[in-house]
Design a protein around this ligand. Sequence first.
Ligand SMILES: [Zn+2]
Length: 318
Amino acid sequence: MASIRTPGKINDHTTLIDACMYGVAGTSAVYLVEAGKKCLIDAGGPDGSARILRTLKGIDAFPPDHVVLTHAHWDHCQGLPDLQKRSHTIDVHAGKESIPLLEDQSWNHDLEGRKRFQSIRGVHPLLDGDVIDLDGLTLRVIDSPGHIKGHIALLDERNGNLFAGDSIGYNFGAMSLIPPFVAPYWDQEAYYATLERFRSIEFESLSLGHFGYIHGDEARQLLDEAEESCKMWWSIFERVEQEGRLDDTKYLTAVIIDETGIEVPDLKLERISLRMGLGLVNFSRTLVRKPRLSSGDLLLPLLLQMLVNGYMSSKGME
Ligand SMILES: [Zn+2]
């Protein structure tokens, strides 16, 4: 796939910053867009703000004039309070329907079940078609619900780069596209309508929240891949539900790997405690002659558990 997954410049105006969700590299990206003014797209989670701040200061881009939050999930907005502590001049924007979800984050929880997230207030509402003017470059707002209500994408009209947040899906390393059906606001029809809307837009490249910059033919092809993969994953989940084994993550993981052909990526663990933990696990596995695990082997079941929750909540099962 024609892609850039390393931190740094992805075009003349845009820098990819790795917010390293859970201390794992290549999991969560935010983007700085610069012309006469500077705009940060998404703010990462609470554990990513130090890294974002360090990067912005290192390229003399703090504080940015604007932060736009593509949506209200914690891993896109909870890095913001830390940035705001260090500057009171940042204008923060999000889709209109995201505003109440940002103000009351009690519905939000992470992979570890953490729920105590800070309220995000004073956010300017954006509507479809609105423009953020960066003095030499414009970012056009495109409503893109499905993954969650209030989700917006931003089109950099100068570079033809579409910042899609989580609206298309998750794409880690060598992994194929994982559909983003998560609780509690997944809307499958809206998701397919968003993909269709994106097809009608002229863009050359995609910047994904999870993860990276995709360009060339693959950028547009990803929309079809997303639609196919959502249908396939959903039907697998339905079948596993009928088998009564949705709570058997080990089984579900094996079925998903077998039937979707997904490749489990080996992402770099930035947090030392994670590296030590995986090292210990693999040391004990070699003693009993089991194959070593990669970071992806540990992350995939967590991700699948998140999708099980999304699937069940959208079927009214919890
Ligand atoms: Zn999300």
